[in-house]
Design a protein. Structure first.
Lengths: 217, 242, 268
């Protein structure tokens, strides 16, 4: 039976916080990739051509219905053999961004569908060009609606970043694991990592709920 | 790909399915228990169940899994890998599921509860005879999403060296060096399992809806059930993705 | 098809045909809303469409605005088809570019205003003149200010639509449509969504426009006194066909058709 040691926690905290930095970095970059890529999917899925919607829909369904961890392994082991060599972190960001883009695509779809039909009609009545209708009328209104939902996926992604440890990214879990492997005491490092996730994600989700009440009316 | 490798994959699929079924059973128990507890009249029950949800939704399923596998033994409980995986997945997806249960219960028309009160049912009778039967069909679409998420989550257990699909893939990659083929194949295998799971859940949903006299929604597309955008699109869903 | 419709669009004198529906049929599923409809509107006229709900009045406006496509028949605005384009002497379904060109002549005010909530009042009005007509920003703003003055909302140009009352929003929507200088203005039950006390302000603005401009107006409304005030012609619709038409004095006081009498008896 071992007992909890705050001294030990103090010793390992700097390493864990370094890992937290990597975790946050991966989350932020992964989010940006997923926001951009998801919008691409959402717009492509509205194409009038089946030659666009069918393949894009298939890719999106496939990526969404298979495990992120396996996708990360795929990218990590296979991309180099295609001559694409990235650092583990970049590979992880690509994996996170790609996986979550299939969710953000759905968020955008709902947001775009939520813009009242009258807005499209008014744009037609004013003869606004297609591109202008999207950029000046539809997307600004849709984006406002999707902010809270996108935020929820950022939190979800944040909680999925420990998977990057499996492809040797030095995130929090990776640090905790390394520490545990050398000291043979996993209790404090992993508990602290788990607690840090709650300490960050819970207030963030409260913030998002407040934001949702303000933005989505 | 040799026959031996395929054998390895199918063994992995079998363990993956087992892990999914056990975790889903635990998650369902947690979801209904905690979800109903959150509608309790007792403040302390509501608080405790709410705290459970926030803690297990707030942390990472993988970190929880590592904690159960590496840290818990130091307190004297050694868990076999499969059970650490089951416990971690069941407890965290149960927390998400409880939000689904709570949302669906809250969505039952207030008049139904009032009618049950007027008939002087006890609170438990109201729950069992009136609220749950009506809420259950509404839970099915988000449960389907959660089950696919849980299936994807089982891959995490490979990091505890449990011989499920992803772990077997690792062995296959090490022995053949064919990364693209190996991971390509198991991605497809996961996709097929997800497809089958979705179809089975659709059948369950259909039956559940028929049992309360509702017409099932028209099906279409490959999966056709797009995940509810967490929070906004479907408040009752409590998030399509943990 | 008449061959005498080749007139320069900016010099359409009163009395010349501006809009022509030729055997236009529109169905929604099994329900036929417009049944081989024929009618014409002369340039500069103010025409009101009346009739029971579901008789196809709004469908006509939506067809003219290209929000809907007819199942059969042709629609002509000025000397160009809205639904088709002529290539090598044959009529083929209109392409996007052709539709855009013809549509420039048409403006619409909607029942629900449909202002862009993400843009302030001024930009709601200048957005299309700048990006469709290619007006300079200053010129578009000057035009917008003039129109806001016309609808009596100069003080509100820096507000968002949600900060305005329904009546004010609708007046902005009228200014927005006029900023495109259309030949034809379509008014689709523009007062139906307004609180009763706000209706008069909107109608006053429209009366003003009807009196002082030579814009052609096509109007669907339940405000019979307004229809009587501004209309040169009233078309009575029933079951997707025009069953009676004529000047308002005639239709409102001495209708010929039994259905018209019934309808007017119910709404007046």
């Amino acid at each position: 039976m071992n007992t909890w040691s705050w001294g030990y926690v103090g010793d390992i905290l700097p390493d864990l916080l370094k890992g937290l930095g990597v975790t946050v970095e991966a989350t932020v970059l992964g989010s940006l990739v997923s926001f951009a890529l998801g919008l691409v999917w959402a717009l492509a899925l509205r194409s009038p051509s089946r030659w666009v919607t069918w393949p894009v829909g298939a890719v999106v369904e496939f990526v969404r219905n298979t495990p992120l961890l396996v996708q990360l392994f795929f990218l990590f082991f296979v991309l180099p053999s295609w001559g694409l060599t990235f650092s583990p972190l970049v590979t992880g960001v690509i994996g996170l961004g790609l996986h979550y883009s299939t969710y953000t695509a759905e968020v955008y779809r709902a947001g775009i569908d939520g813009v009242p039909a009258g807005q499209w009609e008014a744009a037609v009545a004013l003869n606004l060009p297609r591109r202008r209708t999207w950029t000046a009328v539809i997307l600004p209104q849709a984006l406002r609606r999707v902010v809270p939902a996108l935020g929820n996926y950022v939190i979800a992604m944040f909680k999925d970043t420990p998977m990057l440890a499996a492809i040797t990214v030095g995130d929090m879990l990776f640090q905790a694991n390394t520490i545990g492997a050398t000291t043979f005491d996993y209790m404090e490092p992993i508990t602290v990592v788990g607690a840090l996730f709650i300490v960050i994600s819970y207030p963030t989700s409260l913030l998002l709920r407040a934001l949702e009440r303000r933005l989505v009316r | 790909m040799t026959g031996a490798l395929w054998e390895l994959f199918f063994k992995g699929v079998w363990i993956t399915v087992q892990l999914m079924v056990y975790s889903a059973a635990l998650a369902a128990a947690v979801a209904f228990g905690v979800g109903m507890a959150r509608t309790s009249r007792l403040r302390v029950v509501r608080f405790l169940s709410g705290a459970y949800v926030e803690i297990f939704r707030g942390t990472s399923a993988l970190v929880l899994m590592f904690w159960l596998f590496f840290a818990l033994p130091l307190l004297g409980w050694q868990l076999a890998g499969l059970w650490a995986g089951t416990l971690a997945l069941g407890l965290s997806y149960g927390a998400y599921g409880s939000e689904v249960v709570r949302g669906a219960l809250a969505a039952v028309a207030p008049a139904q509860r009032e009618a049950a009160v007027a008939l002087s049912f006890t609170p438990w009778q109201r729950m069992r005879k009136v609220l749950l039967p009506q809420a259950f069909p509404e839970m099915m679409p988000p449960f389907t999403n959660l089950l696919v998420e849980l299936l994807k989550g089982t891959a995490l257990a490979s990091l505890l060296s449990i011989g499920e699909l992803t772990f077997e893939a690792k062995l296959a990659r090490l022995s053949t060096g064919e990364s693209a083929q190996v991971y390509g194949i198991i991605l497809v295998l996961y996709f097929v399992i997800a497809f089958v799971v979705t179809r089975i859940m659709r059948l369950v949903e259909r039956r559940a809806k028929a049992s309360v006299g509702k017409a099932p929604e028209p099906s279409g597309g490959l999966f056709s059930r797009t995940p509810a955008a967490a929070g906004t699109a479907a408040p009752a869903a409590g998030g399509g993705k943990p | 098809m008449s061959a005498d419709t080749h007139l320069p669009k900016d010099a359409a004198p009163g009395g010349t045909e501006l809009i022509r529906f030729d055997r236009v049929t529109k169905r929604f599923g099994a329900h036929t809303v417009l049944d081989a409809l024929d009618f014409t509107v002369s340039a500069g006229k103010h025409v009101t469409l009346i009739g029971p709900s579901g008789s196809g009045k709004t469908t006509i406006l939506r067809l003219l605005m290209t929000l809907l496509k007819p199942d059969e028949g042709t629609i002509k605005v000025g000397d160009a088809y809205l639904t088709h384009e002529e290539k090598g002497g044959r009529l083929i379904p209109a392409g996007e570019k052709h539709i855009r060109e013809v549509r420039k002549n048409i403006g619409m005010v909607f029942q629900q205003f449909n202002l862009f909530p993400n843009m302030k009042v001024l930009r709601n009005i200048t957005e299309a003149p700048v990006h469709v007509l290619g007006l300079g920003k200053d010129e578009a703003e000057e035009r917008a200010r003039g129109l806001l003055d016309l609808v009596g909302l100069t003080a509100h140009l820096d507000k968002y639509p949600t900060q305005l009352s329904g009546g004010q929003q609708q007046r902005v929507a009228i200014a927005r449509a006029l900023a495109m200088r259309p030949q034809v203005l379509l008014l689709d039950e523009v007062t139906s969504a307004l609180d009763p006390e706000l209706v008069a302000g909107v109608l006053d603005v429209l009366r003003d426009i009807a009196r002082t401009t030579d814009i052609t107006m096509l109007c669907v409304t339940h405000e019979m006194s307004f229809a009587r005030d501004i209309s040169d012609d009233v078309l009575m619709f029933d079951a997707g066909r025009v069953i009676e038409s004529g000047p308002p004095e005639k239709i409102f006081t001495d209708p010929e058709h039994e259905r018209t009498r019934e309808f007017l008896g119910a709404v007046l």
